[in-house]
Design a protein around this ligand. Structure first.
Ligand code: 2HG
Ligand code: ZN
Length: 473
């Protein structure tokens, strides 16, 4: 982290960049190669302000052909490329590294102008979108045809198709629809030499060789630049209810999910919050979900046939530890806003850069792991404010540690990872590795696994020009 936080404006661009910039201007047009520091600033830092880097230019292509020519020019001139979509990631994967003395220049390739969305295929239930189309725009387009996008997340207005696929994002519908990888039918991407890889088929069964779209999903821009994605679409539930219950214990929330499935209800989403998080979000203008507070809160969105509201009320009545509950028909935006408002409220409330750890544990280990994680930093040598929340149905907890003295950030991270690995969990559930977690990939992958990833990286990007410093050290 400390590396990427160092700001180095790097006043002298490495030699040779001028020729490359002239060529890039010819490809994308003068106005789409930004070199003015003010114009570039927003592309060089993430929205939480925790990661900052330097670049010689920001290049904004419009089409796959332009991306292909930009990448070919970068390959010719040895210019490194940081690929950027909505820049909503939380692990520093979409901002360039700080200037590191490398002789190679670096551009940010922004997909901000690549926002086309094709016509919805209502029979094949799919839609093609350019990499820069937002999750919200794709869902709107699907909605006009009576369908929905299977990916949803708090940053839907900015997060992009290319970003969610390259990070294999999870989000709030993951429990029902799977992660981004499982929403892909086809992909188009530009390889490190500028050639275009295209696997574009609405066939749901196609076993001719390696599944390259699956490989690119989660590759964090290190293997290719994703330019277009063919997404599968889903039929939204006819009726759904959102309930938030204040509960005594994390176990009560886990039991509620099991009981919902046993009662024939479909769990569309399941989120866990704590009183500390709910109180903070309320301080930032959102309403409290229940009248009586609870140490914990569970938000569920349930669908099914028949009278879902009565079935949900009955379910809540039969669940142990429910202190208070509210119910609203979906989409229940205000209830969801109280959950989705966590990240922003947290970002605004910490006196030091927030230590954000996105971990998962097996569901059966969740109550115990949650309790252990809640104690990190509280009665330790370096007090901090933990706020934990997350996608409980996926065993995914977002451990946010506020007010951590920066010199203790690594130590506190390692205490969290110790608890996670002891419980058989993952150090990165849905946000990816980016720059933030590079030092710890060995906790999730064995030596052969990591070596195989490096072999693939070396085969597809032998000169290491794509997203340097992301995923690999
Ligand atoms: C969410 O679930 C996001 O809202 C962000 O994954 C999580 O801020 C976080 O830690
Ligand atoms: Zn999340």
């Amino acid at each position: 982290d400390s590396d990427s936080r160092r700001v180095d404006p790097g006043p002298t661009p490495p030699a040779g960049i001028d020729d490359a910039l002239t060529a890039l201007r010819q490809i994308v047009g003068e106005t789409n190669v930004l070199t003015d520091p003010d114009a570039m600033a927003g592309f060089l830092t993430d929205w939480t302000g925790r990661y900052r880097g330097a670049a010689d230019a920001v290049v904004r292509p419009r089409t796959t052909d332009e991306v292909s020519r930009v990448v070919a020019e970068c390959a010719r001139s040895g210019v490194r490329i940081c690929v950027q979509g909505g820049n909503t990631g939380l692990v520093g994967g979409s901002v360039p590294p700080a200037r590191d003395g490398s002789t190679n220049a670096l551009i940010v390739l922004s997909t901000v102008r690549m926002t086309d969305i094709g016509d919805v295929d209502t029979v094949g239930r799919c839609v093609g979108a350019q990499a820069g189309a937002t999750v919200g725009a794709i869902d709107d387009r699907a909605g006009r045809s009576g369908l929905a996008f299977g990916i949803d997340l708090a940053s839907r207005a900015s997060a992009t198709a290319g970003g969610v696929v390259s990070t294999n994002a999870g989000g709030t519908r993951m429990i029902r629809r799977g992660n981004a990888r499982s929403q892909i039918l086809g992909i188009e991407a530009v390889l490190a030499d500028g050639s275009v890889l295209r696997r574009w088929t609405s066939l749901v069964k196609d076993n001719v060789g390696y599944d390259l779209p699956s490989l690119l999903a989660g590759s964090e821009g290190t293997l290719a630049v994703i330019t277009r994605v063919l997404f599968t679409l889903v039929a939204p539930p006819a009726v759904a209810t959102v309930a938030v219950a204040a509960v005594e214990r994390v176990e009560n929330a886990v039991e509620l999910l099991g009981a919902a499935s046993s009662a024939g209800l479909t769990v569309e989403a399941a989120e866990l919050m704590t009183e500390a998080g709910v109180a903070l979000v309320a301080d930032h203008g959102h309403r409290r979900p229940t009248t009586a507070p609870g140490p914990f809160y569970v938000l569920v969105e349930l669908s099914g046939t028949g009278d879902i509201e009565s079935a949900t009320t009955e379910l809540l009545g039969a669940t142990d530890g429910v202190i208070d509950a509210v119910l609203e028909p979906a989409p229940a935006r205000a209830l969801w806003a109280g959950r989705e408002g966590h990240t922003e409220a947290i970002a605004r409330s910490s006196s030091t850069p927030v230590v954000k750890l996105d971990i998962s544990v097996p569901i059966r280990a969740l109550p115990e792991a949650f309790a252990e994680l809640s104690r990190v930093g509280v009665d330790d040598r370096f007090p901090c404010r933990p706020i934990l929340f997350g996608h409980i149905g996926d065993g995914n907890i977002h451990v946010n540690l506020l007010d951590v003295p920066p010199e203790h950030a690594t130590e506190v991270t390692e205490s969290v990872f110790g608890i996670v690995t002891a419980n058989g969990g993952s150090i990165s559930a849905e946000h990816g590795i980016g720059r933030a977690k590079v030092a710890w990939t060995h906790l999730g992958r064995d030596a052969t696994d990591l070596a195989t990833m490096r072999t693939i990286k070396a085969a597809l990007d032998p000169r290491g020009l794509l997203n340097p410093g992301v995923l690999f050290g």
